[in-house]
Design a protein around this ligand. Structure first.
Ligand SMILES: Nc1ncnc2c1ncn2[C@@H]1O[C@H](COP(=O)(O)OP(=O)(O)OP(=O)(O)O)[C@@H](O)[C@H]1O
Ligand SMILES: [Mg+2]
Length: 303
């Protein structure tokens, strides 16, 4: 984490007509990852993104992209950003390729080779010479992403990129975003209100609700040996097993569930077996982001 953050939000607020849409967001995003910005409808995701890319002014605080202040050094800051916030502007009667050539003219230093490479990165090679009006939603989005990364930005910002995509499309999006972080070293910032998608797509997730940052979680942390995990033991006599655990376990149907460190699992198993309890299975109960989300937000509304 010593690397300079690609994005630094420092006490960012957005106030419109004395109403706080976003309140005092402070957050560092380290490079080379897919970062998720998760929150229910109206949480302030789009508002934050609009401030990040300069589509809306920042009321308080500041945003730094690769160390450049969006408030005071906008040109340098925005030069590091590629984004799809509103519908990307595309010429429907031109081919995907012609659109990219058109946009490349506006970004200095984008070569033909770079255009070809970008098309390949987003997996649009087979259809790039077709007219955009014949593209599906997923293909248009790929073209939008290609257009956004032509100039090799350090940060790619996508507001709700999974909206309208079918499960296959979502899976493909996930794959090529991951490829972008690996092969181009781009940091991808995606917003979503869908927990399950964020869990699969992102390395880190920040949760926002009512304009406030509630939590930031690293989803790729390797679990240390002293981390407690929920472990379920499937046994023949759950009540007896719970008694043996002296209040450390709870019954859930046919299993007993306990919070244990990795090292404790074989000990508990040995104790059960020693006491004559039949153990049919042991598995860890991974708490999903959804459980965690409901816990931190007190179960309150998410779409
Ligand atoms: N220009 C504006 N003027 C006044 N209020 C606004 C403006 N833009 C957004 N809001 C309000 O700010 C709050 C946050 O909206 P925002 O669009 O950022 O939420 P979001 O997290 O992107 O939600 P969604 O998941 O529905 O896209 C909402 O209550 C919205 O009504
Ligand atoms: Mg939004």
């Amino acid at each position: 984490m010593q690397q300079e953050p690609v994005v630094r939000l420092q006490g960012v607020s957005k106030i419109i007509s004395s109403r706080s849409l976003v309140s005092d967001l402070t957050l560092d995003i380290s490079p080379g990852q897919v970062f998720g910005f998760l929150g229910p409808n109206g949480a302030g995701k789009t508002t934050t993104i609009r401030m990040m890319v300069g589509l809306m002014s920042i009321s308080k605080g500041d945003i730094f992209i690769s160390g450049h202040s969006v408030k005071n050094e906008f040109e340098q800051a925005i030069a590091q950003v590629g984004a799809i916030v509103e519908n990307p502007e595309m010429y429907k009667f031109l081919t995907g390729y012609q659109n990219l050539v058109h946009f490349a003219r506006m970004s200095p230093g984008v070569t033909k080779e770079r255009i070809a490479e970008t098309i390949e990165r987003v997996g649009l090679t087979a259809r790039i010479h077709d007219k955009v009006k014949t593209y599906s939603l997923g293909m248009r989005q790929r073209l939008g992403v290609a257009q956004a990364i032509l100039h090799r930005p350090k940060l790619l910002v996508l507001d709700e990129p999974t909206n309208g995509l079918d499960p296959q499309g979502i899976r493909e999006l996930r794959d090529y975003l991951r490829l972008l972080t690996h092969e181009e070293g781009i940091t991808v910032f995606v917003s979503s209100h869908l927990l399950s998608e964020m869990e699969l797509m992102c390395d880190t997730v920040a949760i926002i609700q009512n304009g406030k940052l509630i939590d930031v979680r690293n989803l790729r942390d390797e679990q240390g040996s002293d981390t407690l995990v929920e472990v379920a033991f499937e046994v023949d006599d759950a009540e007896r097993a719970v008694q043996l655990m002296e209040g450390e376990a709870v019954i859930q149907g046919k299993v007993i569930v306990m919070s244990l460190s990795r090292e404790q699992i074989p000990d508990v198993n040995a104790k059960l077996v020693r006491e004559g309890v039949q153990v049919y299975g042991i598995r860890s109960v991974t708490r999903t982001l959804e459980d965690q989300f409901l816990q931190v937000t007190g179960g309150g509304g998410i779409g």
